[in-house]
Design a protein around this ligand. Structure first.
Ligand code: ADP
Ligand code: MG
Length: 697
């Protein structure tokens, strides 16, 4: 193979090239050998036969058996991508989609983004050539908007179906329908848990294909008494395992990035003092926002003699399989979304996991040999306190976004939509009300032109509305930037401990004149843009360049979408009121007023809320009287994050259907009675009832 090159290149280069090609060939052979050791390999022919015979199949197999990485390749090799059709494989988690696509590209010996690619929100790594496409379930949901029959796909694999993410649940209903009028479409529902009957039932008794996994015995150890601080206990357990147990890597489950970073720091500090007699402990974090370069690190084996400890969120429960784990440390918690339709607040709360999750986690230690799982909770609490299964996300989320997508797909009658587990009707009603208030639906529950545009934007409906409304306020360029910054993550600034004061001052400068956090974000981006997207500029101003680069990517994606929904790109040239009005047009529901006692209360629900300490407005004196906020964060108190001052008359101007003229009536006696006698500060026009919405054909 190098002979052809030798004619045109000097000898040395040709030799080097030949060596490189040889090395690649060796790696390829190794990868191909590895593929054959996966449990699914033995069932390849049987599986392909079953797929040929049935349109819909439920595939069940232990995590790590090769479902995600192998089955799409088998189908590709077997000709299911002939004629330019694609294979979609959906994942509930972004990192899983990226990581698995990278692995499969490597196994197939192709460049990521060519034959194998991935598509996640704001990042499309696919091309004309792409035949195997890993994507988040949310992205496939979006593709329905442009291609309701999914005609470019020959196979759809709904992977990790047991996770029951909200998008997966909606997808299940949609693909079931598509399969009816597209007999050529193959559908695979894949799940890691054994109770696949529910999926089979849902798909009219579709056959279940079981891939027997190899699972060694796992010893489970419980704590005798409940742990007061599971982070402390986790660190202690990891260190103890490291110094006392035979070789084998450790997997520790934590709830989020911050916790992982804390534990990483403590472990680094504590292992430094262990001396040379103890083996090295290689610490590998993995969470959703970890930069791509570092994500690959968790799969690299530890150097000889060293032990690896992986600090992971739920992502390592079933989505990603890390080889070589012998010990699992499970504090028994995860961060879950919970939503209160009554107050309209959605929050991420650290909560005990379910028995099913705990068992999955334990199983991660028994893939290469007998494993051990250390549960940092008591056996009693496992048996008596933990729920059997995690409640599906659709039953504990804000449904506005999903309802908007369904409406955009022409599904008006939500009650008869084929949900595997229907969401609570209270939540549906609340979503319909919210969308009505935003002008996305009319009073009969039909999608408006505004709603259609909003649905095209992969953003929360409130933020989507702010962008759509920015056209009218002549500031679509600015609102696009604000939305991109809000979507790029919460870590815009950093604050080194030894330079805290300088960092604070640098940050406050973006908020000159108490402009508010939205305008501050805009200022940050604009200055960075003017610096030529300079990394040094970020350093000088205590801004995280990673977040900025992401914001720029998001902005590029949103620009394209704006074109598609024909929103004119206009700049308000420094008229920040225009920007604040556009923000208000989306977030008017999130209004808070500072009362005479000095506390902020939300207008709608009379909750006492505080300005988040990270907000530029936290240090403005006197604090503004009226504000809108992007979101509420619940810790010991409820904090408003990303806050901007508004004028109350804007509310009446921008959302007249929602707010009437009497914003400034006297304070109610009791904060708890929003509609008490004459106490209601805000009067709402009668909202349409559930029936009004559902009786639309
Ligand atoms: P399943 O979907 O059945 O849980 P997978 O197909 O994800 O199984 O995993 C099969 C094998 O591929 C596992 O041994 C796993 O460690 C490996 N693997 C998956 N992704 C990567 C990656 N990004 N890098 C290295 N190995 C990977
Ligand atoms: Mg998988």
């Amino acid at each position: 193979k190098s002979a052809a090159m030798a004619g045109t290149e000097p000898e040395d280069d040709a030799d080097e090239l030949a060596e490189e090609i040889d090395a690649k060939a060796v790696l390829q052979r190794e990868l191909q050998d590895q593929r054959k050791t996966l449990p699914v390999y033995k069932y390849k022919d049987e599986l392909l036969k079953a797929i040929a015979e049935h349109q819909i199949i439920v595939v069940v197999g232990e995590t790590g058996s090769g479902k995600t990485t192998q089955i799409p390749q088998y189908l590709h090799e077997a000709g299911y991508t002939a004629g330019g059709k694609k294979i979609a494989c959906t994942q509930p988690r972004r990192v899983a989609a990226m990581s698995v696509a990278a692995r499969v590209a490597q196994e197939m010996g192709v460049k990521l983004g060519h034959e194998v690619g991935y598509s996640i929100r704001f990042e499309d790594c696919t091309s004309e050539k792409t035949a195997v496409k890993y994507m988040t379930d949310g992205m496939l949901l979006r593709e329905f908007l442009g291609e309701p029959d999914l005609s470019s796909y020959g196979v759809v694999i709904v992977d990790e179906a047991h996770e029951r993410s909200i998008s997966t649940d909606i997808l299940l209903g949609l693909v079931k329908d598509v399969a009816r009028f597209r007999p050529d479409l193959k559908l695979l529902i894949s799940s890691a848990t054994l109770n696949a009957d529910k999926f089979s039932d849902f798909f009219d008794m579709a056959p279940v294909f079981k891939i027997p996994g190899r699972r060694y015995k796992v010893d489970i150890h419980y704590t005798v008494a409940p742990e007061a601080d599971y982070v402390d206990a986790a660190v202690a357990t990891v260190l103890q395992l490291h110094v006392t147990q035979p070789p084998g890597d450790i997997l520790l489950f934590l709830t989020g990035q911050e916790e992982i970073e804390t534990v990483e720091e403590i472990l680094r500090r504590r292992t430094r003092g262990l001396g040379t007699k103890i083996a090295e402990l290689v610490i590998c974090p993995i969470y959703a926002n970890l930069p791509t370069e570092l994500q690959a690190k968790i799969f690299e084996p530890a150097p000889p003699g060293a032990r690896k400890v992986v600090l992971a969120t739920n992502i390592a429960e079933t989505s990603l399989t890390i080889d070589g784990i012998s010990y699992v440390v499970d504090p028994g918690f995860s961060k879950v979304k919970s939503y209160s339709p009554r107050t309209g607040t959605e929050s991420l709360l650290v909560q005990p996991i379910s028995k099913a999750s705990a068992d999955q986690r334990a199983g991660r230690s028994g893939r290469i040999g007998p494993g051990k799982c250390f549960r940092l909770f008591t056996e009693h609490s496992y048996k008596e306190d933990m729920e059997d299964e995690t409640v599906p996300e659709i039953q504990r989320s804000n449904l506005a976004s999903v309802v908007l997508s369904l409406k955009a797909l022409g599904i008006n009658d939500l009650v008869s939509f084929d949900f595997m587990d229907p969401p609570p009707s209270e939540g549906l009603l609340r979503a319909l009300e919210d969308l009505f208030a935003l002008g996305a639906l009319n009073s009969r529950g039909e999608l408006t032109k505004t709603g259609r545009r909003m649905a095209e934007l992969p953003l929360d409906p409130m933020l989507a509305k702010a962008i759509v409304a920015s056209e009218r306020h002549g500031c679509s360029e600015e609102m696009l930037t604000v939305a991109s910054m809000l979507s790029a993550g919460n870590a815009v600034f950093y604050r080194p401990k030894d330079k805290a004061l300088i960092a604070d001052a640098a940050r406050q400068r973006f908020n000159a004149g108490g402009a508010g956090d939205h305008v501050a974000l805009l200022n940050v981006y604009t200055e960075w843009e003017q610096s030529g997207y300079s990394a040094q500029w970020c350093v000088d101003h205590f801004v995280q360049s990673r977040t900025m680069r992401r914001a720029r990517d998001v902005r590029e994606q949103l620009e394209k979408l704006l074109e598609r929904v024909e929103i004119e790109r206009r700049s308000c040239a420094g008229d920040f009121d225009a920007v604040r009005k556009a923000v208000t047009a989306g977030f008017f529901r999130n209004t808070a007023q500072r009362r005479r006692d000095g506390f902020y209360r939300t207008l709608k629900t009379w909750r006492t809320v505080f300005v988040h300490p990270s907000s530029g407005l936290a240090r403005v004196d006197p604090p503004p009287r009226w504000v809108v906020y992007h979101e509420l964060v619940e810790t010991t108190m409820e904090y408003m994050r990303q806050v901007t001052e508004i004028k109350p008359e804007w509310l009446v101007e921008i959302a007249p259907h929602y707010y009437q003229n009497n914003l400034d009536t006297p304070e109610p006696k009791k904060a708890k009675a929003p509609h008490g006698q004459g106490a209601a500060v805000v009067t709402e026009k009668p909202s349409p009832s559930l029936n009004d919405f559902f009786n639309v054909q």
